[in-house]
Design a protein around this ligand. Structure first.
Ligand code: DNO
Length: 357
């Protein structure tokens, strides 16, 4: 199992590579150049330096999360080709550097959204949580402030202050974009980048929308199995795949995760495995990874990954804030390390059980 941890890079993360390499079974990181704005070309020297830094700790870069897609591409603006060209140049840099998994998302304006970044639990820890009723009361122009004020001083992934300073203009860009147009823009983008991906064997892994439904009146199109299958039919290359994020897809209880994993065999290039607890309609708390702590059966999920012969990178996902740690919400060390240990345990048990049959 290619177990990894997300690492935002020196200066952007409270967790160090030294700590990551001490988590049993973790052999690599999923990382990025966090400071480069969406739309810019990634300099090859920066990737080389990043690789050297990671490899200096005996770890590997298992993939990039994320190379963000510029809003001009998502909204299909007249200058999108320029940004697609830049994206292709970045992919080329990654390809020649031997990096072959790229996670991205196609959510307009906002990436993942939560109504609370530190909801207290009975065990004294805090978790990320989502309540549609609270979100409905927040003015979308002010959601950045709400997320940012709970971030413990970190820049949250997908919540770049420079980009979101122009939130009004961003909303205007998408004013006449519905699900169909957004889907067409995504297909246009993917068709343009597939040749370079195929040349270098780069597997594009779209991250599902989180939560898996439209928010603030903005369209969202990566929400369930049907959407994903439609996308893979429209751009039918093995390089066009998904980041199977259990927590994002399962935000909608209608999404049966083991079933989706089995159905998408061959198109899952990266996996985020975490649990959550449903507490009402469009209302959930994130939880510890353990099945008994949430609503998802993590054994069945890992078994589905095993059964399809998944050999891409896995990572534990958002953790609770525990033991007094002050990290980026969801991305501290402690609970993610516990998550990694748990995923290791499930994998070893499943493997031995299946081999002994
Ligand atoms: C949040 C993350 C997302 C994800 C992006 C991928 O915790 O899962 O920010 O990295 O959507 O582009």
């Amino acid at each position: 199992m290619k177990l990894s941890l997300r690492w935002f890079g020196t200066g952007h993360d409270s967790v160090t590579l030294e700590q990551i390499r001490q988590i049993p079974g973790v052999k690599g990181v999923i990382t990025t150049l966090y400071d480069i704005p969406a739309g810019d070309v990634w300099p090859i020297e920066r990737i080389r330096a990043l690789k050297e830094e990671v490899e200096g700790y005996g770890l590997k870069i298992f993939g990039i999360e994320s190379v963000n897609v510029h809003d001009a591409i998502k909204a299909g603006l007249p200058d999108r080709d320029k940004y697609i060209e830049n994206y292709i140049k970045t992919l080329e840099v990654l390809g020649v550097s031997g990096i072959d998994v790229v996670c991205y998302n196609f959510m307009p304006v906002f990436d993942w959204v939560r109504s609370d970044l530190a909801k207290p639990r009975e065990d004294g820890s805090t978790v990320l949580s989502y309540d549609q009723e609270i979100i409905d009361r927040i003015d979308p122009m002010k959601i950045f402030k709400a997320m940012d004020s709970g971030s413990n001083g970190f820049v949250l992934p997908g919540w770049e202050p420079e980009r979101l300073a122009h939130i009004k203009e961003l909303f205007e860009l998408y004013s006449d974009i519905d699900n169909k147009k957004l889907f067409d823009n995504m297909v246009y983008f993917l068709k343009a980048i597939m040749p370079i991906c195929e040349k270098y064997g780069i597997k594009m892994a779209v991250h599902p929308d989180d939560p898996a439904w439209p928010i603030f009146g903005l369209p969202r199109i990566v929400t369930n199995l049907e959407n994903l299958e439609r996308l893979f039919e429209a751009v039918d290359s093995p390089c066009n795949g998904v980041t199977l994020c259990t927590g994002s897809l399962a935000s909608n209880p209608e999404n049966d995760i083991p079933e989706i994993v089995r159905a998408l065999k061959g198109r899952i290039h990266f996996a985020h495995v975490r649990n959550l607890k449903y507490i009402g309609t469009r209302k959930f708390d994130e939880s510890a990874h353990l099945s008994a702590d949430g609503s998802l059966d993590m054994f069945e999920i890992m078994k589905a990954f095993y059964d399809i012969g998944f050999d891409g990178p896995f990572r534990p996902d958002h953790g609770r804030a525990i033991w007094g740690e002050k990290g980026m919400p969801g991305y501290g060390l402690f609970d993610r390390a516990l998550g990694a240990a748990y995923l290791n345990g499930l994998w070893e048990a499943i493997t031995k059980m299946e081999k002994g049959k």
